[in-house]
Design a protein around this ligand. Structure first.
Ligand code: ATP
Ligand code: MG
Length: 213
């Protein structure tokens, strides 16, 4: 199966994708990570870390869907180029995605950028329009993962409730703001499955979004 990790610029895709890939790998899913961003931040992270313990491939093109055959018994996690400047990459990845995850901070600023961007297409519209290019004419399910969540601040839960009421699927697990997560993207990742990313794997399994390979 293939998971498209999408968002406007700098909302946490690469960081979350790297940790999620490690968390799935640690609990024995076959994992392949894809850097579908011209910045190649994920690929650079894996090289700086001396290589991730699973393959990290590059394909930041509008032909991603034609080039890539998703794993049948494992998970492809794709770090998609941000949608403001590279919607062609998201359009292609979404053609073959089984699940799309939107990464954002639970703040009104990110909510505005997601729902009412002024100079790009709204994420939900990008996901919805992918239906036309997919065999079953149905868009992949879209789930929201909150990251950079500050401890003891209620606004995250308020924004989650607001988004759920507006019809969004929002994961209950939230990724906290942490210096060690911020600093992690040049280093090897250890024990990702012990922390919030492990809880996210469990929530995804419980919700039937992934099956153990
Ligand atoms: N849980 C976290 N705690 C603290 N900082 C974080 C966390 N997650 C991400 N960040 C920081 O937020 C910023 C954006 O993260 P990241 O680079 O992963 O986003 P992105 O969506 O991939 O950006 P781009 O669109 O530029 O590729 C980075 O400075 C990163 O270090
Ligand atoms: Mg990135």
């Amino acid at each position: 199966m293939l998971i498209a990790n999408i968002s406007p610029r700098s909302m946490g895709k690469t960081t979350d994708t790297g940790f999620m890939a490690h968390a799935f790998h640690e609990v024995d899913y076959p994992v392949r990570a894809w850097d579908a961003d011209e910045s190649q931040h994920l690929k650079q992270w894996s090289e700086a870390a001396g290589g991730f313990p699973f393959p990290v491939e590059k394909n930041a093109t509008a032909t991603f869907a034609e080039d890539v055959q998703p794993l049948k018994d494992g998970i492809d996690l794709v770090d998609v180029g941000h949608t403001e400047n590279h919607p062609h990459i998201a359009d292609s990845v979404l053609k073959i995605a089984d699940l799309a995850i939107l990464h954002m901070e639970p703040s009104m600023a990110d909510w505005q950028r997601v729902t009412k961007p002024r100079t790009s297409t709204a994420i939900s519209d990008i996901v919805a329009r992918s239906a036309f290019a997919r065999p079953g004419r149905q868009a992949p399910p879209l789930w929201v993962l909150f990251n950079r969540v500050r401890p003891g601040v209620n606004s995250a839960k308020e924004i989650r409730d607001m988004m759920r009421e507006a019809g969004w699927n929002v994961f209950t697990v939230m990724i906290p703001v942490r210096d060690e997560i911020k600093q992690a993207t040049a280093f090897p990742v250890e024990r990702a499955s012990r922390g919030p990313f492990g809880e996210l794997v469990t929530e995804m399994e419980t919700r039937g979004l992934v099956k153990h390979g």
